[in-house]
Ligand binder design. Sequence first.
Ligand SMILES: [Zn+2]
Length: 190
Amino acid sequence: MRRSYPYVGPAELRHTPPAPGSTTVDSPAHISDDQPRTFVVTPDGRLRLAPRHSEHVALAGDENVAAAGEIVFARDETGWRVTTVTNQSTGYCPDPDCWPAVAEALDRLGIRHPGDFTEKLVFRRCESCGERNVVRDADFTCALCDADLPAYWNFAALTAGCVERTPAHVVGGLSAGFVIGGSGEGCAAS
Ligand SMILES: [Zn+2]
């Protein structure tokens, strides 16, 4: 069962109307240009696109998503393909292991892709102050309060009451690349 990500961003953005130009992609013909886009994959596997910097939560209609981020397409003689795709969504803070949902949505549309995110963001919620952090350079310290951040993606605790343990990830594109160590320890409900 694939994880579905609830919205974890600021409450005041929840009811943002969808940006003009937001669309559900049912066919590669719906892709119009090579401008960077905000994307979500819905829990039922459909790709939605909006102009870059649109709120993911607006694009998702305040629903859960299977994946979210930013994406860039390019067209060549054989059709559209993905050149850049990230999990950059501070509204959903998805773990990079949401990639298979993106791949399936693109595969279904017959759009070629790089086989993984071209940049992976590591999101962690500070369990001390609640701040959403992007971990950079292996610095697992809250930017707001300096508390240690957990080794594992931990936004599920906001809704499930239980920290979901996920495997370690290799982070590429942000610096030299590094591995977050550790192994699953089960539920850390507190
Ligand atoms: Zn903090």
